[in-house]
Design a protein around this ligand. Structure first.
Ligand code: GLU
Length: 415
């Protein structure tokens, strides 16, 4: 299969949207490229005394609606084009849930599985030492993403605060609770998706009690969505996976027990009383709800016609290619597009920024309630738009988000 370039995919989605909105080609062109890119090289002292030089990026895509916002990924296969695509999607995501932020993304090419905590800390601080001029609470605010976590956010916040000579909690979100983090941020991506799935089940006439679910990926998003779907909505989570493979038990899995097993053995595979399968098999399972919750490009032109789920809830960023989108729409699969479905993470990150500015913190219930309102409104806006214009859910989400960004650019006199 030909390599799919995520940024080309993001641009293709945008082109489709420009056509639907009949955007002036000059305006569409202004939206196709990132506003700013920072490329850094990061020499880090490893535990064995040698120095290894890592490469990192920060892409700020568009800040018309406010400071840019987006996570930092630590991944061995990170590329500048992946970060560009993710920064573009962050722009549309923040606009879609109507929070006053633009979009950005960061990445470092590294394999966290082969690094000690000390090496990770030095790498995290080195990154901030190289990008601090370009970030800040009113400029660009990073957050966790694939293979980064609250501890890494704490080191980065500390490094930035040291450079600025004052505590700057608002420079980064997804921090630990005792260091300016927000209640509810840990499972926010999955909780946002949960609200979205709940609303989608209403419009699709799907009974969620015992509805069957397959979850691809068992990181922060995958683990929490499995737990929440089972415990809050009463679904039957019958398959989950990670990079090593998938496990299935049609009678239902206990997501917490699987998590403990993964912590002990490094993988979900070989969990007792389950059948083993591949990630590819999991995607094609005959379930009600499929949750791609890992990386990009897993539903493509090659497997889209084999997808049997009624609802595809994209907790990952970019799991479905534009060609696959068209096939799923044709088949009547109800897709909850990534920048709608996984917007809970950045929404609670925005709440965290607000709390940091105010130095006054909300309860978990307050966070959940505000998140629910945002996600429910966004889902129904996308659903109504898709019906009104007879376009798929992703195109509808794009239409709403891009229109908002264009309006802000126009009001500022940029276009
Ligand atoms: N990395 C998450 C995302 O892709 C969260 C970003 C944030 O909280 O700023 O949406």
């Amino acid at each position: 299969m030909a390599e799919i370039n995520p940024f080309e995919m993001a641009q293709k989605q945008l082109d489709e949207c420009a056509e639907i909105l009949k955007l002036d080609p000059d305006v569409a062109a202004a939206l196709r490229e990132p506003m700013r890119e920072v490329h850094v090289s990061l020499p880090v002292r490893m535990d064995d005394g040698t120095i290894r030089t890592f490469r990192g990026f920060r892409v700020q895509y568009n800040d018309a609606r406010g400071p840019t916002k987006g996570g930092i990924r630590f991944h061995p296969d990170e590329t500048i084009d992946t970060v560009r695509a993710l920064a573009a999607w962050m722009t549309w995501k923040c606009a879609l849930v109507d929070i006053p932020l633009g979009g950005s993304k960061g990445g470092i090419i590294c394999n966290t599985k082969e690094m000690s905590p000390g090496e990770l800390e030095r790498l995290s601080r080195a990154y901030i030492d190289k990008v601090w001029q370009f970030i800040g609470p009113e400029q660009d605010v990073p957050a966790p993403d694939v293979y980064t976590n609250p501890q890494i956010m704490a080191w980065m916040m500390d490094e930035y605060s040291k450079i600025r000579g004052k505590n700057q909690f608002g420079v980064i979100t997804g921090k630990p609770l005792n260091l300016g983090g927000s209640a509810g941020r840990g499972d926010a991506t999955a909780r946002g998706a949960l609200y979205c799935i709940r609303e989608a089940a209403k419009t699709q006439g799907l009974d969620l009690i015992k509805a069957t679910v397959a979850v691809q990926g068992y990181g922060n998003a995958g683990y929490y969505i499995a737990t929440l779907l089972k415990n809050v909505l009463g679904c039957n989570v019958c398959a989950v996976s990670d990079s090593k493979g998938a496990i299935c038990c049609m009678d239902g899995l206990d997501p917490d027990a699987v998590c403990t097993h993964k912590a002990e053995t490094t993988s979900v595979i070989e969990f007792p009383n389950t059948e083993c399968m591949t990630n590819e098999d999991l995607l094609e399972m005959d379930v009600d709800i499929l949750c791609p919750s890992a990386l990009e490009n897993v539903i493509t032109a090659e497997n889209a016609s084999n997808i049997k789920a009624k609802i595809v809830a994209e907790l990952a960023n970019g799991p479905t290619t534009p060609e696959a989108d068209a096939i799923l729409y044709e088949k009547g699969v109800h897709v909850l597009p990534d920048f709608l479905c996984n917007a809970g993470g950045v929404t609670v990150s925005y709440f965290e920024m607000v709390q940091n500015f105010y130095m006054y913190y909300w309860t978990e219930e307050e966070v959940y309630e505000r998140l629910d309102r945002k996600m429910t409104a966004a889902y129904h806006a996308v659903y109504e738009t898709s019906r009104e214009y007879d376009i798929n859910m992703r195109q509808a989400a794009y239409a709403i988000a891009v229109k908002r960004v264009v309006e802000a650019m126009r009001a500022r006199g940029w276009i």
